[in-house]
Ligand binder design. Structure first.
Ligand code: ZN
Length: 418
């Protein structure tokens, strides 16, 4: 890193310290349940009752459990955090709403933590929520009653809640901003093998896109990521880390953080796109994306917006990046950006012989997961899961192996030139 950059960063370090102290930040607390319950509770069913004046959400549990409930705005959601709960609910449950609820989702939120996210049609107030034992005392129900409210009262309640936890959150944020600056200014890369982070998209309560024949993006991308990991490890040249190895939700910012903390030389985010039913039959092929502020075209930016919604789907309420953080990134990002572009075109040259690509194979947009200032990152949409042929390929072990092989060749080439 040049002297000019270092001086600038030092300057920003001071600015950041001043600003972060004054910042009022709100982060949804996600570190509530340390206890990893081996005998996890099972949620067997869930349903909605009532109407727009009062809507009741009920879920049946194998036994009473702790929970925490809170609301978020933009878009309006109700979040229920639970310790390790396994959801054995009928497929498709939660897709249709009733009364004040438009839909709900559930799944593993982090190791030992589960979450239910209820989408609501407008500002609501949790009138009451409680755990009720069933008559035989063998099982329990979690009951949540929602009533409509107006934006002003919603905000008043939120503010009271935020005041309570803002002190703790401020400290968390301050520490993480400090860590970012420390990372950006650090020059010593670890010795030994080059490190690569593979990032299977989505997971847990964010299933990603749905396939023509019902497969889920979160599953096919994890399967491919595992094949790629094995191929890369076989070369004996790299250390590999995956952002997730099971069906769990990982926030987008955390994925970036994992790559930076690991000192990765490259991060590859794996996805599988979907398109409307009308176009699904004739839309096929892979695309490789890199980061750009504006997006190479409208479609690319629409996709980035969709992928960036992952955190919202999972009920995370992170404040937008501050101006200071944005400038810091811009200062350091240029070289990383060029490297990302370099790898994208190397990957395309190698993969094009093994799979079909879309017409604009190399595109860019403002993907949250590609915003590392120090780790070259690309996002590969392997194909369209909404297309029957592509979906079949995505699930084929032979195709996975072939494509992972070609990607390994590209990675070799790219990292050798670094
Ligand atoms: Zn995706």
């Amino acid at each position: 890193m040049g002297e000019f950059l270092r001086t600038n960063l030092r300057l920003w370090l001071i600015v950041c310290g001043l600003i972060s102290g004054a910042m009022m930040l709100v982060i949804a607390p996600v570190h509530l349940y340390a206890k990893d319950a081996a005998d996890s509770t099972v949620a067997n069913d869930a349903r909605l009752g009532g109407d727009g004046a009062r809507t009741r959400f009920v879920t049946d549990l194998s036994k009473p459990t702790d929970y925490r409930i809170f609301t978020l705005a933009d878009p309006y959601r109700v979040i229920i955090d639970l310790p390790n709960v396994s959801f054995k609910l009928p497929q498709g449950l939660g897709e249709n709403g009733r009364g004040l609820v438009s839909a709900f989702r559930y799944g593993l939120f982090a190791k030992g933590k589960s979450r239910i996210v209820i989408d609501v049609v407008g500002p609501v107030h949790v009138e009451q929520s409680f755990i009720m034992n069933t008559k035989d005392k063998k099982t329990a129900k979690l009951v949540v009653d929602l009533v409509p409210t107006d934006r002003a009262s919603f905000e008043r309640r939120q503010q009271a809640l935020y005041r309570k936890r803002s002190k703790e959150d401020r400290n968390v944020k301050k520490a993480s901003l400090g860590a970012t600056i420390e990372k950006l200014t650090r020059e010593n890369k670890p010795r030994g093998k080059k490190r690569i982070v593979i990032d299977p998209g989505h997971g847990g309560l964010d299933p990603g896109a749905s396939g023509a024949r019902g497969s889920r993006e979160k599953d096919v991308v994890l399967a491919f990521a595992k094949v790629l990991k094995r191929k890369l490890e076989k070369t004996g040249k790299y250390d590999i880390k995956m952002t997730r190895t099971v069906d769990v939700f990982v926030p987008l910012a955390e994925r970036v953080q994992i790559a930076e903390d690991y000192h990765a030389s490259l991060m590859i985010s794996i996805h599988a796109d979907a398109i409307s039913k009308r176009l699904a039959n004739r839309t096929r092929g892979a695309t490789i994306y890199t980061l750009s502020k504006e997006g190479s075209d409208l479609e690319a930016q629409a996709l980035a917006n969709k992928e960036n919604r992952s955190d919202i789907l999972a009920g995370i309420d992170l404040p937008p990046e501050s101006e200071v953080e944005g400038i810091l990134r811009d200062l350091t990002q240029r070289e990383t950006k060029n490297q990302s572009l370099d790898f994208a075109s190397t990957a395309f040259s190698s993969m094009r012989h093994k799979t079909k690509f879309t017409q604009n194979q190399l595109r860019s947009a403002n993907f949250r997961v590609l915003r590392s200032a120090i780790v070259p990152s690309v996002l590969i949409e392997l194909g369209y899961i909404s297309n029957k042929q592509d979906e079949q390929l995505l699930k084929s072990a032979k195709w996975q192996s072939k494509l992972a092989g070609s990607l390994t060749v590209a990675i070799d080439k790219f990292l050798q030139s670094q």
